[in-house]
Design a binder for this molecule. Structure first.
Ligand SMILES: CC(C)(COP(=O)(O)OP(=O)(O)OC[C@H]1O[C@@H](n2cnc3c(N)ncnc32)[C@H](O)[C@@H]1OP(=O)(O)O)[C@@H](O)C(=O)NCCC(=O)NCCS
Length: 163
């Protein structure tokens, strides 16, 4: 794909089962609640990187009403440029689809992601206080303590304007 040094491809029939299994393991189930809407992660659009038969990078997204939402982003072997390559791809896709902005949510415990996105042109656009506690009430598999030993309570919204 383009000049990317990784062989990142759209999710297709051959990678869908591995993607679904990965999401089930890493994202507390296959329904993702975003802004009040449930996204079915077994059919979601995305880009995947497979290396030696293993999934090492995954970005899922949804385009709606002129906005592109990153639903999930994962890189299993960090600090090689996979996460950045996935962001480059989705910025290009969102521009091609004439989206006004690219946006996403992460959680308050995810200090790594909060830094990662700000270094890549996203800005904070809001905090949904106690959103994760409400979600946990529906989905008890969301842990109380998240990354860095920090309690998970809130969603932090990031946005990149493209227009
Ligand atoms: C956030 C996440 C996707 C980043 O993915 P990644 O593949 O590590 O991202 P990159 O390798 O592109 O960049 C990470 C850092 O490694 C550095 N890096 C990249 N290639 C490198 C290399 N060859 N040598 C040394 N450092 C390198 C980058 O410069 C970057 O540092 P910076 O942010 O200070 O500039 C990943 O940590 C992750 O999956 N986290 C868990 C899930 C998550 O939190 N998802 C996001 C919330 S939705």
């Amino acid at each position: 794909m383009g000049s990317c040094r990784f062989d990142i491809r759209p999710i297709d029939e051959s990678t869908r089962p591995i993607v679904t299994e990965f999401i089930r393991e890493h994202w507390y189930g296959t329904d993702m609640l975003i802004r009040g809407a449930v996204i079915n992660m077994t059919t979601v659009d995305g880009f995947v990187l497979m290396e030696e038969g293993a999934l090492t990078g995954l970005l899922t997204y949804a385009v709606d009403n002129g906005e592109c939402e990153i639903v999930s982003l994962d890189s299993t072997v960090g600090k090689r440029g996979v996460g950045s390559a996935l962001i480059d791809l989705i910025v290009n896709l969102a521009r091609e689809r004439k989206c006004e902005c690219l946006r996403l949510m992460t959680t308050n415990d995810n200090l790594n992601a909060i830094g990662f996105y700000q270094k890549r042109g996203f800005d904070m656009a809001g905090i949904n206080l106690w959103a994760m506690d409400k979600e946990r009430a529906q989905n008890p598999s969301i842990p109380l303590i998240g990354m860095n030993g920090i309690p998970i309570h809130h969603e932090v919204e990031f946005r990149m304007n493209l227009s």
